[in-house]
Design a protein around this ligand. Sequence first.
Ligand code: HEC
Ligand code: HEC
Ligand code: HEC
Ligand code: HEC
Length: 449
Amino acid sequence: MKRALKILWAVGRTPWSAPWSVRVPLDPLFAQPNQPRLRLPAMWGGLFNLRPGPEGAPNRPLAVFCTHQPSLSRILILLFAEAALALTAHAQATPFQADSNRGAQLFKDLSCSTCHNVNGQGGNIAPDLGRLADRDFTPAALAATMWNHAPTMWSTISARGVHVGDVTEQAAADLFAYFYSMRFFEKPGDAARGKRVFEERGCSKCHGLTQEAQPGIAPVSRWQSLNHPFALSEAMWNHMRLMLAATGAKRVAWPELSAQDVSDLLVYLRNLPTSSASAPLFEITTGATGSALFREKGCVTCHGSDAALAGRIRGRTMTEIAAAMWDHGPRMAAANAPPAVFQPGEMRELLSYIWAQQFFEDARDPARGRRVFVSKGCAGCHENAASGAPNLFSGARHFSGPVMTAVLWRHGPAMLERMKATGVKWPRLSAEDMSALIAYLNLSNKGKP
Ligand code: HEC
Ligand code: HEC
Ligand code: HEC
Ligand code: HEC
């Protein structure tokens, strides 16, 4: 098994050109007299609708081999390609660092707020951008939405003479973090259920609502952590030593909390008449010290790499993560590992860092990406040097949702002009299309020697 993996790894690292090159006919609409040589990953996409290569293709044997011995060889090639895809996709993740506060500032500075609002703050000419950040909100989805609306947006911008700033890759990442953070608190919770959780899970034994239930332990009315989910997570984590001692001594079960419990608790506690909770603030920071904290606080001993943990929390909300942190109690006890104490702000740094790792790397299904690239007409320009469109496969560029957004912002108007001139309709992309395109562009880039 190890050896097989090694071989697959070697294949994954082999420059795609030379022996693997094959001609796969493009959509006839975009077929160019001088078709580019596609590399293995592109071929993988081509395999699904493989037709014989054009007459006289110098590297036809592989195509023939594929079509004439369909089942086994196809499966083998698919397996190889799949393993190679997995390996290269893994190898190239470059974490983005985003800051929601910077994003909030950019939203004003770049004049987005002249037309758009986020949860009621800003202009009313254009759609509310916070609305996009539901559970399925991903940078690829946002890039796709922006892509689809861009032509109308640009004409509004020029019609109204609004001066908009440059959306760089970093600016796009910060804006996304801001949109995400503004929607964070909309998870429905139920105060009556929250009250029950507070009592039944034993919180009320130590915490009074307005008075100290135990000497020296702050009542809820003085809690600072209800406005910041990261701070809540931090406070809960720092409880673990205490709770472990208490549950161990009394032989009572660990009071587990689900994400729903945490939401309910938050709604109940935040809405108490004596609550000092103010407007909630969910800040995503750049997590500059996150990687160091991951090691320092011992997460690394059980979770291995930070990337592995990032993979596990893909698509989780911060409330779910807060609940998962609390449920570490029994795990820490089982591992005989006293939980490390977090200083104020450290949990935010650590979780922002891990969150950003999984959040911005939303690139799936490169085979579909190849099909999108061809069917939406991108290949017609970008694989045809005569069209004047730049070669997208020339550098070691890493594509992502923020990068595609910056690209759209900077090159979109020129692209639109070129499309109008050549009678190509502005392509509409779904979130899945965008995510697949990103995966495909990255893979193709990687393949160039
Ligand atoms: C002059 C007004 C204006 C400015 C300034 C502006 N937009 Fe837009 N934007 C629009 C309009 C109008 C639409 C809707 C276009 C449509 O309906 O197809 C739109 C659509 C969008 C969409 C798709 C939203 C959806 O729900 O469909 C996104 C994302 C977006 N804009 C982001 C931005 C960002 C980020 C900025 C700032 C860098 C910005 N816009 C600046 C007018 C503007
Ligand atoms: C065994 C006693 C004990 C129990 C049971 C307990 N806590 Fe605590 N809690 C503490 C102590 C001690 C502190 C830290 C001292 C302080 O902040 O007053 C604390 C602090 C907190 C804080 C931080 C408060 C702030 O300043 O923002 C939160 C939030 C919190 N607890 C939530 C809970 C929840 C939710 C439960 C029930 C699942 C719970 N606690 C159960 C003892 C307890
Ligand atoms: C003693 C071992 C141990 C340590 C140390 C540890 N974890 Fe965990 N963690 C686990 C286990 C076991 C799970 C549950 C995995 C599962 O559900 O299969 C888990 C789950 C999680 C989850 C939820 C992900 C999921 O798959 O459900 C998060 C988030 C998490 N841990 C973060 C952290 C962070 C951050 C640290 C460091 C502060 C940390 N953990 C330290 C053992 C540990
Ligand atoms: C009608 C021709 C045409 C089509 C169709 C087209 N593009 Fe472009 N594209 C261009 C041109 C021209 C530029 C350069 C614009 C400039 O110089 O600002 C460009 C620029 C780009 C860039 C930025 C390149 C860089 O070096 O930063 C990317 C990425 C891109 N296009 C992706 C796509 C994708 C994805 C599609 C399909 C959904 C597509 N393009 C469809 C003509 C096209």
